[in-house]
Write a protein that binds this ligand. Structure first.
Ligand code: 5GP
Length: 203
């Protein structure tokens, strides 16, 4: 079905499995764009500039923020992250769906500008799993793991205002849940009504 350009916002604590979920779902829906954020965090092994993130210095980020480049931005775990306004506007102008994977502070800012976007929160099945996932990820220093765990408790408190909550216990099932949300969103009345109105008009 033709899309009107939906905005999907995916949040959840580090270790909830957002990135794996996002990667898998974007394989099912290759037409859904992914918003590549800017960050001041250094690249992890294997991360590619322009694909995973746009890696910039704190000075550059601050200058960009001042120039209004970001539709939302936040400091997370001591680094800055931001979503490019232009990237988002281009997608929506072209009526293409876009997925943002951003933290809860950023999601609140997006909610203020796009109240009808679809907000999805990914939860770990329990705290032990969250800790284990963070420890075994091996990409973070021990200090960072601690700060990410502390931050997780705060982020989880934000889950109730999201439209959908996905408990990521078994990845396959979480992928199915997110795919179902994307499909259902495309059938929301505001997406379909313009076509319905066309039907009512005589040729
Ligand atoms: P990581 O460093 O693990 O890639 O990301 C840390 C956190 O920053 C995650 O919760 C991720 O969703 C969030 N994040 C990534 N990009 C953005 C962004 O553009 N804006 C905001 N607000 N958060 C982001």
């Amino acid at each position: 079905m033709e899309s009107i350009g939906h905005l999907f916002v995916l949040s959840g604590p580090s270790g909830a499995g957002k990135s794996s979920l996002r990667e898998r779902v974007l394989r099912i829906f290759p037409e859904v764009g992914y918003s590549v954020s800017h960050t001041t965090r250094p690249p992890r092994d294997g991360e590619i500039e322009g694909k995973d993130y746009h890696f910039v210095s704190a000075k550059t980020f601050r200058a960009m923020r001042k120039a209004g480049v970001f539709v939302e931005c936040a400091e997370v775990h001591g680094n800055y992250y931001g979503t490019s306004r232009e990237q988002l506007a281009n997608h929506l102008r072209e009526r293409r769906d876009l997925l943002l994977e951003i933290d809860v502070q950023g999601a609140r800012q997006v909610k203020a500008c796009f109240p009808h976007a679809c907000f999805i929160f990914v939860l770990p099945p329990n705290r032990d799993t969250l800790e284990r996932r963070l420890q075994f990820r091996g990409t973070e220093l021990q200090e960072d793991v601690k700060s990410r765990l502390e931050n997780a408790s705060k982020e989880l408190l934000e889950a109730p205002w999201y439209d959908y909550l996905i408990i990521n216990d078994v990845l396959e099932q979480a992928v199915e849940a997110l795919a179902a949300i994307i499909r259902a969103t495309r059938f929301r009345r505001e997406a379909v009504l313009p076509r319905f109105i066309n039907l009512l008009q005589p040729e």
